[in-house]
Design a protein. Structure first.
Lengths: 311, 326
């Protein structure tokens, strides 16, 4: 039962590295670590690098709005005529005489913050529940997975609308409610990964070393799931930003005076077909850019974290 | 006489499978004294690994264990799982066959060796690090400080096995169970790894259980040996006794099937047939393949273990008729 056939070599590169490492213990030919391999593959992924650049630019612009924005937040110039994009006002001036670029940047703070927070919270919650289900198995697994199914079949928009009416539409509540509806995907992915990894021999070895269940999950199993977890978390950011926009668009999301890209779209909706049509483009474009950038990053991470990848 | 380090008595392990119960280990009795090297030899499926996993308390929940396993006088069968966890890796440690799969691919080797210390002792990370470097040095890994910072895939097979051993001896266990520790290695590296075991036993009073199907390994390192067939021990004794005066026909067959340097150029001896897989034959499990088997007796009556001298036993109905070594 223990005489398993010898496993195939993990890869020529690894084998050569291992040999070189043995022959030349102090040689400069230091074998590449997993982190270095990952970084190399990610940097070579053009779309992901472009996505990273765009996302960084937007993050800096939005969260640096206090220094970067051309006007003061929400400052109305009642004498200014609403006008389309110009050199002075790249995104134009809205119906209240506000510089629209400034508005978009500050609104981005709210949208991005909600997106990031939802991704972090739902990833942590989903990972913990998924790991628990996969590792414990049995009735714990069944109970948690049925709970996951339950959350998946809930009509989300309806639940969100009710919850936000009940608890108010502050960004914090929106974040928590969205997170409560976002953890299921991560939980399922983590559970399936844990089911595979807990069969691996190093988990048995850790058990033989007297590691407790908590230690085995935290130190041995979850680090081996980091790839799918990261990819899922990344995509959750984009999905959460879009979800927040949808809610705001329907009037349940971020409420004035707070602005987000979603409620800017709502406000601009009424001007479609008039001279002020341009008001709908810039927040929409921001949403598109952020979502695309994050999805490209997710793709790049997936490829870079995949050990089979040959890029 | 003081109590032995490990005393296994009437151990039986049964697995519930889809095809009905499978008796992996049956009526197994052996003892291991402190500091000695105890070899367990047998073919695939003879129950050597299962019996050791039973000692570690690592069998899956589909297994039913009965009998008694006493470690330093303490009963392990049916013991509290937390109690067993504290023993594992601290007092009883295990070296696995395939170090590549038994090491966590995403954790630095040094940290992994440190993990087993952290699982049992409340020490600072700096102390652990220092101890890990010491351990890697003990098992003969050159440049331990730099190697501790590397990942398992950057190690060669022999180095990985050394790292596994370093992990197993980190808490200076009383018993080290090595399950085919050299099978996945080529012959020169095999010798070096066995050397490491010998060195560890010189330094500490660790007993080693060496599980293998390689009689050469047993002859080289073990003090006493147990031959297993179909989940039972068919013969036990000192290495010299078992190798030079084998009693059980199966042991004889095994020894006769070894290639000899001084022998003629003839074909190798072999044991006809295959070991039983799931359903054991009635009577002696070896009888269908045994040249000495007598119809109506060996295939009817299961032989019992007979202790012929302290630490020397066999399990064969005809052993006295067929005499000692042929």
């Amino acid at each position: 039962m223990s005489e398993a056939p010898p496993r195939p070599e993990p890869g020529v590169v690894d084998a050569v590295d291992a040999v070189v490492g043995d022959l030349l213990p102090t040689a400069e030919a230091v074998p590449r670590t997993q982190w270095q391999l990952f970084r190399r593959r990610f940097v070579r992924h053009r779309a992901a690098m472009a996505g990273t650049a765009v996302l960084l630019l937007l993050l800096v612009a939005c969260f640096g709005a206090d220094w970067i924005a051309p006007a003061e937040k929400g400052k109305q110039d009642l004498l200014a005529e609403p006008a389309g994009p110009s050199w002075d006002h790249p995104f134009g001036v809205d119906q209240l005489g506000r510089d629209y670029l400034t508005e978009v940047l500050y609104a981005g703070q709210v949208s991005l913050r909600i997106g990031l927070a939802v991704a972090v919270i739902s990833t942590v919650v989903g990972s913990i529940l998924g790991a628990l289900a996969g590792y414990a198995g049995g009735w714990v697994d069944s109970a948690l997975m049925r709970l996951t199914d339950l959350f998946l079949v809930i009509p989300q928009i309806a639940l969100l609308a009710i919850a936000l009416k009940r608890f108010g539409s502050s960004p914090l509540v929106i974040t928590l409610v969205l997170a409560a509806l976002f953890w299921m995907g991560v939980a399922r992915v983590v559970r399936s990964q844990v089911l595979v990894i807990k069969q691996r021999e190093f988990v048995e070895a850790a058990r033989a070393a007297g590691a407790s269940d908590l230690r085995i999950v935290a130190r041995h199993i979850l680090p081996n799931c980091i790839g799918p977890i990261t990819v899922n978390a990344t995509l959750a950011v984009a999905l959460a930003i879009v979800a927040e926009s949808t809610l705001s668009f329907l009037g349940f999301g971020v409420q004035r005076p707070d602005t987000s890209w979603g409620n800017m779209l709502t406000d601009a909706r009424g001007f479609v077909g008039t001279d002020l049509s341009f008001l709908i483009y810039s927040p929409g474009l921001m949403l598109l850019l952020v979502t695309l950038a994050i999805n490209f990053i997710g793709d790049g991470l997936r490829d870079a974290l995949d050990p089979q990848s040959t890029r | 006489m003081t109590a032995p380090l490990l005393e296994v008595r009437d151990l039986a392990v049964r697995f519930a499978t889809e095809h009905g119960p499978v008796q992996a280990v049956d009526d197994l009795t052996y003892r291991i004294e402190a500091g000695e090297t105890f070899g367990i030899v047998g073919e695939s499926g003879s129950g050597k690994t299962v019996s050791s996993l039973a000692v570690m308390g690592l069998l899956p929940s589909t297994a039913t264990v009965s009998g008694s396993i006493r470690f330093r006088g303490e009963e392990l069968v049916g013991a509290d799982p937390e109690e067993l966890r504290r023993l594992r890796g601290d007092r009883i440690a295990m070296v696995f066959q395939d170090a590549l799969t038994a090491l966590n691919p995403v954790m630095k080797v040094g940290l992994q060796v440190g993990e087993i210390i952290a699982a049992h002792h409340d020490t600072s990370a700096a102390d652990r690090r220092q101890r890990v470097v010491e351990l890697l040095d003990v098992v003969g890994i050159p440049n331990p400080e730099r190697r501790a910072e590397q990942y398992p895939h950057e190690f060669s097979g022999g180095m990985r096995q050394r790292a596994m051993i370093a992990m197993a001896i980190a808490n200076e266990p009383d018993l080290l169970i090595a399950d085919e520790p050299t099978t996945a290695l080529d012959v020169t590296v095999q010798a070096q790894v066995l050397e490491v075991f010998a060195r560890i036993q010189e330094r500490t009073d660790t007993a080693v259980t060496m599980i293998t199907h390689d009689l050469g390994v047993i002859a080289g390192v073990a003090d006493r040996v147990m031959v297993m067939y179909a989940g039972r021990d068919v013969e036990q004794g000192s290495v010299d006794e078992v190798f030079y005066a084998p009693r059980h026909p199966y042991t004889r067959g095994l020894l006769a099937s070894l290639p000899r340097l001084d022998g003629g150029g003839g074909r190798l001896e072999r044991i006809p047939g295959n070991p039983p897989s799931v359903v054991l034959p009635p009577g002696c499990a070896f009888s269908p393949r045994c040249g000495f088997a007598v119809a109506g007796r060996c295939d009817q009556e299961p032989p019992a273990r007979r202790e012929v001298a302290p630490g020397r036993s066999d399990r064969c109905l005809r052993v006295d008729e067929i005499g000692s070594v042929a």
